[in-house]
Design a binder for this molecule. Structure first.
Ligand SMILES: [Zn+2]
Length: 163
């Protein structure tokens, strides 16, 4: 590596955006990956061998997570599983701490006598199922239906996909 490259890298490490752009251009000119400069790029490809492998692993993991989310969502939608929580005396439903994960009670208006299932509806959405699955993968406590879907998926995971 020549002196110019070395000083560029030092400036990039110091957070200089101008230096980052110069370094990127230098990699483009040399036909090497911006993230793995030891890897040559061939033709017009934007990803080197290493980047492609990482991307493939990311996509496989994303597919794996989506499958778990769909399982949890499907059961909650067809009412074979109910979100974890309790009704108060006025018939309003509130999620347990494991169910909530912060996204139910923060994003949705609180239930009222005329609208008692506002949290319950949110807890059945695919968006919330995704939050729960990610929480389970991060080792947090989640409702039983999510925990069992995740552990079943882990038992049959494709090699290297599950954390
Ligand atoms: Zn790369």
């Amino acid at each position: 590596m020549d002196a110019t490259m070395q000083s560029l890298k030092r400036r990039v490490a110091g957070g200089d955006p101008q230096a980052q752009r110069s370094l990127d251009r230098a990699h483009d000119r040399a036909g090497v990956c911006r993230i793995h400069p030891e890897q040559l790029l061939r033709g017009k490809t934007r990803f080197c061998r290493v980047c492609k492998a990482l991307r493939k692993a990311d996509l496989a993991r994303e597919r794996w997570i989506k499958e778990i989310v769909n399982t949890v969502y499907g059961r909650r939608q067809n009412r074979s599983v109910h979100p974890d929580g309790d009704f108060d005396k006025a018939g309003r439903w509130y999620p347990s701490d494991e169910e909530d994960q912060g996204d139910v009670t923060c994003n949705v208006r609180s239930p009222s006598r005329t609208w008692p299932y506002s949290y319950m509806l949110r807890a059945r959405t695919k968006q919330h199922c995704r939050v729960l699955v990610e929480a389970a993968l991060a080792g947090k406590d989640v409702p039983g239906d999510v925990a069992s879907a995740v552990s079943r998926a882990r038992a049959s995971e494709p090699e290297g996909v599950a954390p």
